[in-house]
Design a protein around this ligand. Structure first.
Ligand SMILES: Cc1cc2nc3c(=O)[nH]c(=O)nc-3n(C[C@H](O)[C@H](O)[C@H](O)COP(=O)(O)OP(=O)(O)OC[C@H]3O[C@@H](n4cnc5c(N)ncnc54)[C@H](O)[C@@H]3O)c2cc1C
Length: 413
């Protein structure tokens, strides 16, 4: 478990992703007096930025506090495949929670990517956002039979997608795999530019950006406040926790664990080396690999997850993981040039059901958690911003409990 007191952004990611030359952030400063606001958001990564944009649009007076540079935690390490397909396939989610609930969750994930796309377009945010199909490849323990079951269930849930057999897949995309499901409705972006663009919009509406560390939280039924290491206090109607993979004491969930994941970006490829779309590609197996392209023609490939959250161990494994990813790139896309432009790694939070942790912190009704984990982290961060906006407005709905941070550990039906 990462220690919230001494885990810093450098412990969350190593190496250099292609995003690190992103646009400037809005200026942040320390406080010289106690202040009050409607909502204080702790954490200025993509999760805090999405919440800040949405809550300021709703008319709230928002303060964003980050102890380091906003966006340079996990957000800067993200490969930013903005997928509605969840890490846990629909058939496995349905085995945990029943078909109706699992289908509802998948449809909400689909709508979240749509909502993010529409918001980026409305606000004209420059973040290399591009709509993309996904190619979900048979791999390892998941063959054509399992993909057929998945495709049938998705169709029953009203989700789009087409099952391709080996010949159709090879002909359409050049991937030599037994089968794949090809689906519209996902996207890619530059996550750091998106984060900073959202913070700019929020700051333009009056959100205050504070550089300090939150060292304690106080949230009762009547009021909320955070104490800063600089000595000042921010009183608020609500506190939103968007601290990424470092969760404050008392907020953790038995469903959640932090592992590590590796990624690399090649140098720009000749256009003929890239597959049609270029779609987002990911494997259906537990031991997965995934890839996308960038607007300047690089291939990003990631995976090789390990059950460790130790930054030193992550560093020690970097060379071997990079070599393994380059090998997987050669196997998957034989026409690509396996050159190395960037290599990086990061802490990667996952839950046993593949779902985020969003909603009220148990026993502290004015403290709201926004932890969008896993390969759908950013999709879930968008969902978190809307769910939290609704909670602050006093709304409630049965589906909020799908993502509750105190939901019980699922048992197979
Ligand atoms: C290698 C890799 C690949 C990934 N690929 C994808 C992908 O393709 N698609 C996808 O959707 N997701 C992906 N993810 C996951 C996604 O990146 C994360 O879900 C997302 O970036 C989390 O953003 P965040 O804002 O919650 O956290 P962060 O970006 O880590 O931001 C949290 C912020 O909180 C601040 N903070 C923490 N504690 C305090 C405190 N006490 N006081 C003040 N500030 C504090 C930190 O300084 C930090 O800036 C990937 C992650 C990794 C590592």
């Amino acid at each position: 478990m990462l220690n919230p007191e001494n885990t810093r952004q450098d412990d969350l990611r190593s190496g250099h992703s292609p995003w690190l030359a992103g646009p400037p952030r809005p200026a942040s400063a320390g406080l010289d007096a106690d202040i009050r606001c409607d909502v204080v958001i702790v954490g200025g990564g993509i999760t805090g930025a999405l919440a800040a944009e949405h809550l300021t649009a709703l008319g709230h007076d928002v303060v964003v506090v980050d102890r380091e540079r906003e966006g340079f935690g996990s957000t800067a390490a993200s490969t930013a495949m903005l997928q509605w397909e969840i890490d846990l396939p629909l058939r496995r989610l349905a085995a945990l929670y029943g078909f109706d609930k699992a289908a509802d969750i998948y449809r909400r994930s689909f709508k979240a990517v749509e909502g993010l796309r529409d918001r980026i377009a409305q606000l004209e945010l420059g973040c290399a956002f591009l709509a993309r199909d996904t190619v979900y490849l048979a791999a390892g323990e998941v063959g054509p039979r399992e993909l057929l079951d998945e495709a049938i269930l998705r169709q029953k849930a009203g989700l789009p997608g087409t099952l391709l057999d080996h010949a159709a897949l090879l002909g359409a995309f050049g991937f030599d795999r037994a089968a794949a499901i090809v689906s519209p409705g996902s996207a890619e972006a530059d996550p750091l530019s998106l984060c900073h663009a959202l913070l700019h919009v929020a700051a333009g509406r009056g959100a205050r950006m504070i550089r300090d560390e939150v060292v304690s939280f106080d949230a009762t039924a009547a009021s909320a406040a955070v104490q800063l290491s600089g000595g000042h206090t921010i009183e608020a109607g609500h506190v939103v926790l968007a601290t990424g993979y470092v969760m404050p004491d008392g907020v953790g969930s038995a469903l959640h664990r932090v592992a590590s994941s590796w990624a690399l970006a090649t140098l720009p490829q000749p256009p003929a080396a890239l597959w049609p779309g270029p779609a987002l590609v990911w494997e259906a197996s537990e031991d997965y690999v995934y890839c996308r392209t960038t607007t300047d023609g690089r291939i990003i490939i990631g995976g090789e997850d390990e059950e460790t959250d130790d930054p030193e161990r992550r560093e020690a494994l970097a060379a071997a993981k990079t070599a393994a990813l380059l090998g997987k790139l050669r196997a998957l896309v034989p026409g690509a040039e396996p050159t190395l432009g960037h290599a990086w790694s990061g802490a990667f939070g996952q839950t046993v059901d593949g779902l985020p942790l969003i909603g009220r912190v148990p026993g502290r009704p004015r403290m709201l958690a926004a932890y969008g984990y896993g390969g759908n982290g950013i999709t879930f961060s968008f969902l978190a911003s809307r769910l939290i906006g609704a909670l602050i407005a006093g709304a409630d709905a049965p589906w909020f409990s799908h993502f509750a941070i105190d939901r019980p550990e699922p048992t197979r039906l």
